[in-house]
Each structure stands twice: as C-alpha cells, then as structure tokens.
Design a protein around this ligand. Structure first.
Ligand code: ATP
Length: 733
C-alpha cells in the first residue's frame, strides 16, 4: 500500500510541475487550466501527505457471502454468509480479506487495495458484533506510526469457529482495540476514533442525511466524536452537496480548538466550518460569560420582544429632529413634532425590517407635505394631477434640508447601535416594560456597557440583524479599466494560490446558510441561540446531539420549544448512545450520585472499563489555592497526559494563578468552559460552589465530575460540609 501511495504522490507532484510549466504558455485559457490543475493536485498532495501516518488501521477477514456479488468498491455485497460457509465441524475458510483506511486507495488495475472507512464495504468492520457477526470472523485493528506497525489488536466475532486462511489457522492477537484506545493518555487535542467506532455509534454516523438525526447520550458516550465522524461521512456520501456546506456548532472556543484536528485526520481538510456559538456572527468572537441571572434574561424568548421594541425605539435616539421645514413650489411647508410622530408610527406598523421601512416613511412624509401644500385640488385631470405631484416630490427630495432631515430622523440602524442604545437603563426599562423585571433591566443594561461581547450578546446581534434587515446598499461600482475590456487580462496578474484554510475561511464568510447543520451539546442552547442557529439551516438537514442531564440552561422547556421551532416540522430519527467510553466505573459511579439529584430517575450510561482507582477526597486545610495546587501537582505525577482543574466560573482567574508554573499539561477551567472536554485526571474544586452558582448548577456539577479518563480528586471547602472521610455532602449516598 505504501508503494502505491508513493506512486500517487509522484503523480500529484508531476501534475503540479507540469501545470507550472504550462503556465508559461501565456494564453488566458492555459492559465485558467493551470490554476485548476494546480489546485486539484495541491489538494491531492496535501491529503496524501497528511494521510501517510497511520493510514491503514483496519482489516476484516470474511466468510463467503450469500449472493457472491461484488459492489462498486469491489467488495462482496452480502452481509450474511453463504449456506455452507461454515462446515459441520465448526471450521471455515476465509474467502475475502479487506483492509480499511482513512481514504480509499486503488491499485494500478483500479481494484481496491484499501477501502475508505466510510464506504459501504467497510460497514461490517464497525457493525459486526459477536451477537450479530455477519460474515466477519476476525476484526483486526492495526496501530502504526509512519510505516512501522506498533501493535495489532484482534476481536473475534465468531470465537466458536476455527478459521483457515490459505490453509493456515487464523491467529488472534491482543485484547481488542477499544480497550487499547481508551487507556491512552489524553493530549490537548481530540483523536479520531475510526479504528474503534462501536456498532451503536456507527448507526448514527451512517444514518441517512434526511431531515433531523437526533442523538442523546450521557457523558462520554462519544456524541462529539460521532458528530465529527458523521460530517466526514456525509462529505463522502454526497460531496457535491456538502462540500463547504456543513456547519458544526460547538459550545465554546475551547471545544472548537480541541476538536478541530479530527476532520483533517479523517481526510477532510477545509470542508467543514466548526464554530463556537459565540462566533457565529461574522466579525465577533465573544469571550465573556454573563452572570447566570443576566444570561437567563438574555437567552430567553422574552428578549425577542425587547429587541423588537428596541429596534424601533432606537430610531428616536441621538436628538432626532422634531420639526421638518422645506420649501416646495415656492411655499414654506412644515411638519411639527406631533405630526412627525404620527407618521413614524404609521410607517412602523407591521413587522417589516426597520431599515427597509425608510422608503415607506419617506413616502408618508411627502404625502403629508403634499396635503399641507394644498396642491392636491389644483387639477381635476388625474394625469395632470399625477404630474404635478411627481414634480412636487422631486422638488422636495432634491432639497438638502430634506435629505439631512431623513438621515437624522430615520437613520440606518446597525445591530451594534441598537445594543448600545440598550445600555441606558431608563430607556431599556421603557422597551422592556412588563417583559423584564426592574432588576433584570438594570443587570442587562450594565452588562451591555462592558467592553467586549458576551456569548449571549451574539445571539442578540444576530436577532437584531434579522429585525433591522440589511439596508439597501448602492452597488459598488467596479472601477472601469479600459484594458479590462480586452480578453481577461486580470488573469495575467500573478495569483497567489489559496491555501486550504483560507479557502475554508472564505467559504465560511460567504455563507450564511448551510446544507447540513450539526449542533453539539444541543442541551445548552438558549431559545435566542436556537433562533440564531436555525437561521443558518433553514433549508438544511440536521444532526443534533446532546444530553439533557448536562444542560446549563435553566429553562429546558422553553429551550425545547425554541429547538422545535428551529428544526421545524422535519421528522426526527432518534438514537440513544448508552455506553460511557470516557470515565472509568469508579468515577462514573460518583457522578451518578449527582445525576440522581440533578435529574431524578434518569439513567447513567454504562462505563466500559474500570481502573481500580477510586476518586480521592481532599479537604482544604488552610488556603484553598494551596490545596488545589498540591492536588494538581500530585495528579501530574500520576498520569502521562493532561490534568484539568474545574472551578466555579467566578474563580477562573484566581485558579489560573494557583497553577502558575506547573507546566502546560495542567489547565484551569470555569465549570461552563469544561463542556465537552476531557483530561487524564481532574480536580473538581468545591462541588457546592459550582452547584450554587446557577439554577442549573447541579447539572453543571455533573459535567465537571465526568471529565476524567483516569483519576478524579474532589477538593472540599467548608461550605461543602465534608464528612470525616472528606466526602462532600453533595456526593454522599
Ligand atoms: N468507539 C470509540 N473508540 C474509542 N474511543 C471512543 C469511542 N467512542 C468514544 N470514545 C472516546 O470517548 C471519549 C468521549 O467521547 P466524546 O467526547 O465524543 O463524548 P460525548 O458524548 O461528547 O461526551 P460529553 O457529553 O461528556 O461531552 C473521547 O475521548 C472519545 O475519543
């Protein structure tokens, strides 16, 4: 396979060189062709080079299939073995061996050498289980680095069989791939799971892209991993439709950074936009978190009404003029405050976007002036009357005073300007009367006054954009260069090749709607955020993954309603993931106690492994910071990978100071920032403080307790009321 890959790389390099030479023949046609060729070859080369590491990871040995037919990828299509494939004495011959890799490779005769993991022929690699083995006898996972095989892990799907390959008995090596993968140390970036996707996960990844695929599962069940692999699968299935058209919405920039590398490792570079919920509006990257009570107000549906009022109210700011004076047909005409107010009200009736109502307001102003001028009755002939009217309008609208008045009286509003207007508490109070209570008004106004936007502000900006509408812009005139008119001279200008990343960014910027939207940690979206995400997928198919038990949003019913509105009446296909691949049983059992308090009656996912290491409980002796630092240092010695220290949001900055100098394997996180992330070991600081911080605090604590793959330490302060063994009240039986 590596020999074949080298040939492919040479081919791609040859194409690049050839194209570069062709470029020296300067006809525009040859140049355009060169650009296209360089682009294609570049993508190909980049991809092959990327894939070289750990390229081939799987192998299945199969019995003869039932129908003996081969599919388009050269593999037998039947899932079930043929009659007689297994002999009476439980022996059988292997009829076919398939190798599975990150992308497909064909040999010189176009026969499959390696099958793409997403191809139908690869499905048995993931779907086969000892309960329902199909044709698979042995599934092998190969771990390699470069060209060196590091290890091989076999799973026998038909352990009762003695199978022969070319007359030799099939050997079995290792304890299975899954356990090997789960035991590995974690780094600050997520790894793909292609080599060990489990059957229930595979069903989701390969679900048809129709309408809405809805996935629920507890912490560590692989929801994020499945969402990412599904994006790669959809691209493989229908590249034309999905290339550049998939959006993954992630709760935090930290989770974006953590997951970003997975798609390239699956052979998909630059085709999927992964965005944090606070970065969905172009030009904004929200870094602030609002206090829970502010977030609750800003995220709720109630805000929609406030914004609608604010968008209309903001027209009257900045000393809007209260009188209009013009001269028409040699007469002075004047509209007073009260009349102007009436005209504004009439223009604003209905729900059309405010910026688009300006022409209507202008028309109403002219009507009023016309009426005042008394010219309406001058002619009985309708044609003459119309002519008179149009010259009257022209007279006025070309007058500087009128133009200046209109700009001040009906300014073009931007979302940011309206949010700024909302920083005035009295004004906001007017717009939010009987919608927000006075306490909320004060806090929201104050929070908007800070420098920088919060995550929740972004959904408000997006909503305002919809309420205001894009103002009609005069089209930018292209500067006319007479030389341009000749044959595409611009093609002769040196063009810098666009990198994959630049291409992805450009596509993302140009796009406001997507063909497929994947929402990760969907339980956390507020109603206002659902509206924002919904606008990006009005004609899309969807994959929604989440876990209600981990929701940090305080009003789940309201959010569910918003979600249903965003997804519309599209039918749902529901899936449930049931196995926890992250936490060992010892940690999962402890977290289950909080789950019972947070959502009585809901079930924890089953942990697949146990480490024998019980969670450790530590009580603050003197200084909280010192204890936490000591515990983090202790864990750093015990694990090879990362350590996460999870604290209440208000302690974030402080916690970073506590850990200064311990190195970059350890990080401090606020409870909300821990969403979706994982570490070899975690220190959870003061469960009571995390739980008390917001109305959804117990669910946030549940998230915090389920981040570790190996070890967990819980640090209790006084308010945790630890018992003699240091176990805090919230975590006792
Ligand atoms: N089939 C698998 N093979 C190997 N590792 C897996 C598999 N499925 C999940 N994992 C690993 O388990 C961990 C948890 O997966 P992931 O983060 O996708 O879970 P999640 O359901 O999104 O969790 P949470 O709800 O807590 O955010 C990851 O390290 C992931 O790589």
């Amino acid at each position: 396979m590596y020999r074949r890959l080298e040939e492919k790389i040479h081919e791609a390099e040859f194409l690049m060189n050839d194209a570069a030479q062709r470029g020296q023949v300067g006809t525009p046609g040859a140049l355009a062709e060169r650009d296209a060729q360089v682009f294609r070859a570049g993508v190909h080369l980049n991809r092959l080079n990327n894939e070289f590491e750990d390229f081939l990871f799987g192998r299945i040995d199969l019995l003869t299939g039932k129908d003996g037919k081969k599919g388009p990828d050269g593999a037998y299509t039947a899932v079930e073995p043929a009659e007689g494939a297994v002999r009476e004495d439980d022996t059988a011959d292997i009829a076919e061996t398939l190798h599975i890799g990150r992308i497909g490779v064909l040999d010189q005769d176009y026969a499959p050498l390696v099958i793409d993991w997403r191809a139908p022929a690869a499905a048995p690699f993931y779907r086969s289980t000892p309960v329902d083995p199909g044709r698979v006898v042995r599934r092998r996972v190969i771990r390699s680095k470069g060209r060196k095989v590091l290890g091989v892990e076999d799973d026998l799907m038909r352990p009762e069989l003695t199978a022969f390959l070319d007359g030799q008995e099939l050997p079995v090596i290792g304890d299975g791939a899954l356990m090997a993968a789960l035991g590995q140390a974690r780094s600050h970036t997520m790894r793909d799971i292609v080599a060990s996707i489990q059957a229930e996960q595979d069903l989701v990844i390969r679900a048809p892209a129709a309408s809405v695929t809805y996935v629920e599962g507890g912490p560590g069940t692989g929801k994020t991993a499945v969402a990412l692999h599904r994006a790669a699968y959809l691209l493989y299935q229908d590249r034309r439709r999905y290339a550049g058209g998939i959006l993954i919405v992630s709760p935090t920039p930290l989770l974006v950074a953590y997951t970003e590398g997975v798609l390239p490792s699956l052979g998909e570079e630059g085709q999927v936009a992964i965005r944090a919920i606070g970065s969905l509006v172009e030009g904004n990257e929200a870094a602030l978190y609002d206090a829970p009570s502010v977030a609750r107000a800003k995220g709720s549906y109630r805000m929609l009404k406030v914004l609608r009022k604010a968008a209309r109210g903001a027209l009257e700011l900045n000393d809007a003029p209260t009188r209009l004076r013009v001269v028409a047909f040699g007469r002075r005409l004047e509209l007073e405050a009260q009349e102007l107010e009436g005209i504004r009200r009439a223009a604003l009736g209905g729900t059309a976007p405010v910026n688009l109502l300006r022409p209507r307001a202008r028309k109403l102003l002219l009507d009023a002036l016309w009426e005042q001028s008394g010219s309406a009755n001058r002619h009985t002939d309708p044609e003459l009357a119309a002519e008179l009217r149009s010259s009257f309008d022209e007279d006025i609208t070309s007058e500087d005073a009128f133009i200046a008045f209109l700009d001040a009286w009906w300014p073009e509003l931007t979302p940011a300007a309206v949010l700024d207007a909302m920083t005035d508490e009295r004004r906001l109070g007017r717009w939010a009367r009987r919608i927000l209570n006075p306490g909320e008004v004060r806090k929201v106004a104050r929070s908007l006054k800070r420098d920088g936007r919060s995550v929740h502000d972004i959904a408000l900006l997006d909503e305002l954009q919809a309420i205001l509408g894009a103002p009609a812009r005069p089209r930018k005139k292209r500067e006319l260069d007479p030389l341009d008119q000749l044959t595409g001279l611009e093609e002769l200008m040196p063009v810098r090749e666009e990198s994959q990343r630049e291409r992805a960014e450009r596509l993302a910027q140009e796009r406001t709607e997507y063909a497929h939207v994947i929402v990760d940690e969907a339980q956390d979206l507020t109603p206002m955020q659902w509206r924002m995400v919904g606008r990006r997928g009005r004609h899309a198919t969807w994959t929604v993954v989440g876990d209600p038990a981990q929701s940090s949003w305080s009003d789940p019913d309201e959010a569910a309603q918003a979600r249903d509105e965003a997804l519309g009446s599209r039918p749902r296909r529901r899936f449930q993931l049931t196995v926890n691949y992250r936490n060992p049983a010892e940690i999962a059992d402890l977290a289950a106690k909080v789950l019972a308090l947070a959502m009585p009656g809901s079930e924890s996912p089953k942990a697949v492994r146990s480490t024998g290491v019980e969670p450790r409980f530590s009580v603050v002796a003197d200084m909280l910071g010192e204890t936490v630092r000591d515990e983090a240092a202790r864990l750093l010695e015990r694990v090879d990978g990362t350590v996460g220290v999870v604290v209440a949001m208000q302690r974030r900055a402080e916690a970073r100071r506590w850990l200064a100098g311990l190195g970059d394997r350890v990080v401090a996180l606020g409870s909300l920032e821990a969403k979706g992330l994982e570490y070899d070991a975690t220190v959870v600081v003061s469960p009571a403080e995390i739980a008390d911080e917001s109305p959804a605090g117990l669910r946030v604590l549940y998230v915090a307790l389920t981040r570790a793959t190996q070890q967990l330490t819980v640090v209790s302060a006084e308010r945790d009321e630890p018992d003699a063994a240091g176990v805090p009240d919230l975590l006792r039986d």
